[in-house]
Design a protein around this ligand. Sequence first.
Ligand SMILES: [Cu+2]
Length: 264
Amino acid sequence: MRFARVTQFIWLFPTLFDAKFFDMKVGWHGGGRMKRAFFAVLTVLIGAVVVAGSVLLLSNAQAEPAVLVAKVVGTAQSPKGEVPHATVELSIYPQRSASVPGPKHGPGVGIESTDWPFYWPSTTLELPANSLITMTVLQYDGSTTVWNDYFAQVHGTVDGTAVYNGKVQHSIEADNVAHTFTLHQFAESTQPELFVSVPMLAVANNAKNEANGYPKPQEITFSFMTGDPGEYVWNCEDPCGNGYVDFGGVMSERGWMSGTVTVV
Ligand SMILES: [Cu+2]
C-alpha cells in the first residue's frame, strides 16, 4: 500500500521536468545544453530519493528482529547417528515491559500492541542442517484454550515428547496451552519436510509477578532433527490474537507469534 502511494506520483515527473512546461511556468531561458544537464542531474537526484524512500518504507514495513542463530554446542547421538547438536533459547512474554522492550514494529497491531504476547528475542531463526536442535522456551504467559486438541499434543520431536519443568510428556491439557511453536511449510522438491509442533504450557492466570514484572515461567525443552537446507515458517496455533476467532493481530505478525526458520 505504501509502495503504491509512492508510485502514484512517478507518472507526474515527465510533466514536471518537461522543459517547455518549466519555461512556461517559471520563465527560465538558460542555454539548451545547460538546461539539459540541469534536468539530467535533477532527474537522477529525484530518482535516487524515490528509490531510497521506497526501500526504507518497504524494509520498515517488513522489519524483523535480528536473526537468532542456533548455537552449536557439540555433537549428539540421534536416530541418524552422531550429528552436530545446536541449542536455541527463546522466551514468551505476555506483554512488553521496561526490561523486555519487545518487537519494535507491528503493522496492524497498533498502539495496543503493548498488551500482546510475543516470542523473544527473535522470531527469525537459523538452524544448522542435519543436526539435533534442542529448544528451550521460558513461557511467562497465561492460557487461552487451543481450538484444536491436536495442537495440545507434541508432534515432530525426536521421541514425540517435550519436557515440561523436568517432566517428559506427549501432550498437555488443551485448556492449559498458552501458545504453540509450530514449524511447518509445504515440502518442495528442493527441501525436506519439517514439521514440529509443541504446546507451550501456561502459567496460572492468578500467578503473582516477580521482581521483573512477570510470573515465574514454565520451562519447556524439546529436540528435533533438521534435514538438508530449506526455508520454513512457524507460527503459534493457539488463538492469542484478536479478530476472527482470535487468529488475527499478533498471530500473523512476524516478530510476535509468527516467524521463519532457515536451515543452512
Ligand atoms: Cu500465541
